[in-house]
Design a protein around this ligand. Structure first.
Ligand code: CTP
Length: 403
């Protein structure tokens, strides 16, 4: 499974001779389908010009904490939030010490402090610096904080020394980086996910639908796969590439989605209804294209089945998770849906006109309500990329799902 596809990788380049290898790293990560943005320290710019990386990444290179132009384009906090994973390659002894001490005295160290994405440190330095007790103590601190460390390698060094401290080969970094996204939280479980909108035909060329992009459902499917689950993704029409290794069933209408989800849930452990299902469909679908004759026209609609409510009421042992997209009274409406639809959990998000999260956006922030013995509990998930959020939600679902 290609775990780097569609991942947003923030690459921090600090000042060592191995910085030249980071150019190759950018290309190889892009080959995997990753989106790469770059932060350089001022000493990295002594080794390689930002233009080299800019030409490769096709994004501006971030170098300065106090650059108003760069901050206007994508501020450092936004950059920290953007990342699905933050890779520091090469990580010099100085950058490692900055991380250990929580310093925020340049752009790279500040974004490291501000980011919630998993951090991957790829050390590169002279063998004596690597062996120094201070560096070794710093590395021990990183391990204790569960920060991912790749390498270093040993062999001949640019300075003529031989020993441990060389940056790991680019191919090995790429091969090992995907493991950051992997875990076995849902190993052996079958997870069924609905995603995207449905389309309810009016005539052969028109339909009723909504603005759902499917991104959240697809991100959940990817995160569930990375957590070791077998995943059935039932998708309405979207522009997205289906996750490798998921069994994907493409559907158009709510009735098609209902049938596919009911079939897939026969042997499922967890059902996550993320689709924005059309609540109503035209009673009659015209066989020919409807011509515009009168000044007014009306279409009679009938209610679609509630896929989630139907499945949760007919499968007692299935762990059911719904979504509530609301423009107002988020918690009140979400609690009502949790109870009415007999769910284990509901993920509520604000889709009001002033919201930067939800439908058709890359980021999301949600409130999760879940049944805990006899009461309903609430947990907040702060705004971040849908990939990171999906990972956090899958971890949360795995924790709350009785195994
Ligand atoms: N859902 C579903 N089938 C439907 C409608 C909704 O499976 N016919 C699921 C959605 O996938 C989501 C949850 O139910 O997980 C809540 O959907 P939402 O449209 O917000 O709620 P409704 O019950 O349709 O209520 P309303 O439209 O009144 O807000």
């Amino acid at each position: 499974m290609n775990l780097l596809r569609q991942k947003r990788i923030l690459l921090g380049i600090s000042g060592g001779i191995a910085a030249y290898k980071s150019a190759e790293l950018i290309r190889r990560l892009q080959d995997q389908g990753a989106d790469v943005r770059i932060i350089m320290t001022s000493s990295a710019m002594e080794f390689v010009k930002p233009l080299t990386y800019q030409a490769l990444s096709s994004y501006p290179i971030h170098t300065d904490l106090l650059d108003p132009n760069a901050e206007a384009a994508m501020g450092h906090i936004e950059l920290a939030r953007w990342a699905d994973v933050f890779v520091i390659a090469p990580a010099t002894a100085n950058t490692i010490a900055q991380i250990v001490h929580g310093e925020a005295n340049d752009l790279l160290s500040t974004v490291i402090l501000a980011s919630r994405a998993p951090l991957v440190v790829v050390p590169a330095m002279n063998q004596a610096m690597w062996a120094n007790a201070a560096t070794q103590a710093n590395m021990q601190t990183l391990r204790e904080r569960h920060i991912n460390i790749l390498g270093p390698d040993s062999g001949s060094q640019a300075c003529g020394d031989v020993g441990e401290g060389r940056m790991l080969d680019v191919a090995d970094i790429v091969a090992q980086l995907g493991d950051v996204f992997k875990n076995d939280q849902l190993a052996g479980k079958h997870v069924v996910i609905t995603a995207g909108p449905t389309r309810e035909a009016i005539d052969p060329v028109r339909y009723i639908s909504n603005h759902s992009s499917g991104k959240m459902g697809y991100a959940l499917a990817q995160a569930a796969l990375e957590a070791g689950a077998a995943v059935t993704l039932i998708s309405g029409p979207t522009q997205l590439t289906t996750p490798e290794r998921a069994t994907t069933v493409q559907v158009i209408s709510a009735l098609d989605m209902h049938k596919a989800a009911s079939d897939a849930c026969q042997d499922a452990d967890i059902f996550i209804a993320c689709a924005a299902v059309a609540d109503y469909r035209p009673i009659d679908i015209a066989e020919q294209k409807i011509k515009k004759n009168d000044d007014e026209m009306s279409i009679s609609l009938t209610k679609n089945p509630d896929i989630l409510a139907d499945i949760s009421h007919s499968h007692d042992s299935l762990f059911t998770v719904g979504f509530a997209a609301e423009t107002h009274d988020l918690i009140k409406h979400a609690t009502g849906k949790l109870e009415r639809k007999k769910l284990n959990m509901i993920i509520a998000n604000n889709v009001g006109a002033d919201s930067s999260t939800g439908f058709n956006t890359d980021d999301n922030a949600v409130e999760v309500l879940y049944q805990d013995k006899t009461s309903i509990k609430q947990q907040s998930f702060a705004q971040c990329s849908k990939t990171i959020l999906a990972k956090q939600l899958i971890t949360f679902i795995a924790e709350k799902h009785p195994s």
